[in-house]
Design a protein around this ligand. Sequence first.
Ligand code: PLP
Length: 455
Amino acid sequence: LAAAASKSTLSQAARENDSPLPKMPPFDYSPPPYTGPSADEILTKRRQFLNPAIFHFFKKPYLFDDKGRRYLDAFGGIATVGCGHSHPEVVEAVVNQMKRLQHSTILYLNPAIADFAEALASKFPGDLKVVFFTNSGTEANELALMMARLYSGCHDVISIRNGYHGNAAGTMGATAQGSYKFNVVQTGVHHALNPDQYRGIFGSDGLKYAKDVEDIVTYGTSGRVGAFIAEAVQGVGGIMELAPGYLPAVYNTIRNAGGLCIADEVQSGFARTGSHFWGFEAHGVVPDIVTMAKGIGNGMPLGAVITTPEIAKVLTYRSYFNTFGGNPVCTAAGHAVLKVIEKEQLQQNALTVGSYLKDRLLSLKDKYEIIGDVRGRGMMLGIELVTDQQLKTPAKDETLYVMEQMKDMGVLIGKGGFFGNVFRITPPLCFTKEDAGLFPGGCDGLFVVESVELG
Ligand code: PLP
């Protein structure tokens, strides 16, 4: 009966299809009247942070708007401008290189690329010696994942929930925050429990979280794994240091399953954490592949992957190339950055001033109920806001509100975390104690807005 009914519906539909098509009205090509802001209005708004009047001087952690108002940049262009805005030595390196050779191709090596690759490799332990250059962190992670998959002959990748690794297909797969995922094919990635010391179910017990990775290998794969990728301190995820003991145990599991361990140092690298040059060093591990970007070029579009000669061989007989990756102007900037970090002892400064700032922020925690957690190290600090200390209810709206207030007071900070309720404080590494004291009202003013009933 059902078949007959559907047959008759079908033939009815077919009959309707046979009838002549209704005549379409003529298409109107005239655009609707424009009601948005004028081009001038848009440009004026966009110009706000271009440092328009103030050229040719080292702006350190400061930005200026078109009215000449000064802002303390405690976000550092998203943990990128490590040496400070317009550092004279980085500027000079870029200008000189631009005059000498703006672009060739990585096929014909030139000193700007080769010297920097050599200097960069000297910052790594073990056999990490072969450098590939890219234009961004996303590209670096895409390349790292591809190399690991080729080398291990296995597609399965494990990453950590709440991690961020980029926004192209492969890296979007490894990223484990729903808001950054789009509906495109991202197969073969398993997301492990986040060893989150504030919200995680096992607190700071890294080994218990590591067991989850073991379980994923056992239950979710054939027993073989291509790669594991993780940030040592999750940046976009809300400045979360992986629980101690986690990484060494996971590296062991992954290597036993034939996989490679990738350290995503895009945000935590280049001395940002203060205690070490690379975030992974705090965990006592040596990765098989490390990816970098952000701080590498002080804001120039540059990324890199470093690995061992053995693993690098997987690209020998394949045509991997990247037109702009390793552009000499960007690598010249990168080389200058390495020299500035050393010369100005920025790692030490990140440690000293970062600890000072963290102590001050911690003292606020006792005072304001809205502060659930203060964490991070060096110049990579986070403050998580909650409306209920016990339930850890994310104070999302309040976070945005305070952030806007801070901007009005002349301090720029970022926000992140899965719920968008964590302040990210990642200033240039040249931040001084005086700068730290400039947080409105000397840090305390950070929560001056408590008077508007935030906690
Ligand atoms: N990996 C980490 C840890 C990041 O924080 C980011 C960017 O925020 C990326 C990768 C992607 O880098 P990019 O934005 O340069 O593509």
